[in-house]
Design a protein around this ligand. Sequence first.
Ligand code: SAH
Length: 251
Amino acid sequence: MPHRFFIPPAWLTPPTVSLSGETARQIKTVLRLQPGDEIIVLDNSGLEWQVQLTELRKGEVHGQIIGQQAASNEPALALTLYQGLLKAEKFEWVLQKGTELGVSRFVPTLCQRSVAGPGGAQKQARWERIIREAAEQSRRGKLPSLEPALPLAAAIQQASRPTQPAPLLLMPWEEAAGLTLKMALAETHPPAVGVFIGPEGGFTLAEATLAREAGMRLVTLGPRILRAETAAVAVCAAIMYEVDEWISTAF
Ligand code: SAH
């Protein structure tokens, strides 16, 4: 399987492509690819380009485009993860695993019990790199987007704006009873899902009430309380399983 790289669209100049920066270093120095080797580049437009490397110099790699096709491997379900901000390494883990599992949008949210803040431009760039590397490694066809951090109330408002198709909005809440994730998904067979996970300290009653009043479904994940990052990854996996995304495409 050729290595895959998400690149800025400007690097593509059919019939050739020129790669620089970290991507060029990765190809030449880390992977030690040679002229003649093939890679796949993705410009996040929904296309993937098959490229044969022609020239590898320090900081600069050139190739010839030898094929093009629709980018594959994207889930049919559009899953947005509204994740309460967490301490750095936990939040990064959620971005990485969420990307592998097929999340299409991440929205960091600031909650009443948030300890961690959204951070500056440097953190944003680091998060984007983590998402890109996870998307390349897991063979995603598109990069998940990383939205600017929002206070929870604004995120709820944004999520519940009428859109086509209307997403199923879920808030797993440790105090919720009755409605399970499975039931909520089975009721609607949604084409899009937005899921809100709390920070380390969980959602407050006021936050859960706000979500309920906005029409979101409060669901339980069972009697065991999961850490926020476990809950995020477990819910993404359970949703993808439940909507039959875990199928073989090799037929
Ligand atoms: N307040 C809790 C921990 C919150 S867990 C405490 O410290 O006791 C962090 C987030 O994970 C929650 O806000 C919720 O979104 C989700 N979560 C974890 N376990 C859950 C469960 N059993 N049911 C529903 N949501 C859960």
